[in-house]
Design a protein. Sequence first.
Length: 102
Amino acid sequence: MKRAMFVVVALSALSSNAVFANAELAKEKNCLACHAVDAKLVGPAYKDVAAKYKGDKTAEAKLVQKVLKGGSGAWGAIPMPANPQVSEAEAHTLVKWVLSLK
């Protein structure tokens, strides 16, 4: 029983560290200059993005491209610029994190 409890606690710690690490990556890549987790700034709140794309199996690929290349029209008149400082692998990590928010 102790071993099972340890595994549960360890997995919880790992998953919460992953969330923190991805928030740190968003900060490091300057994403938080325009976005916040739960409030609209220049761009939409990340929780709103997650809600909009919930259940969309193509969302990750679409949003990775938007992070990398920029885009406009999905959330209003202000365009999202391209992010050349973000690698494709980092874009996948960031998008998976955003889509996991509730």
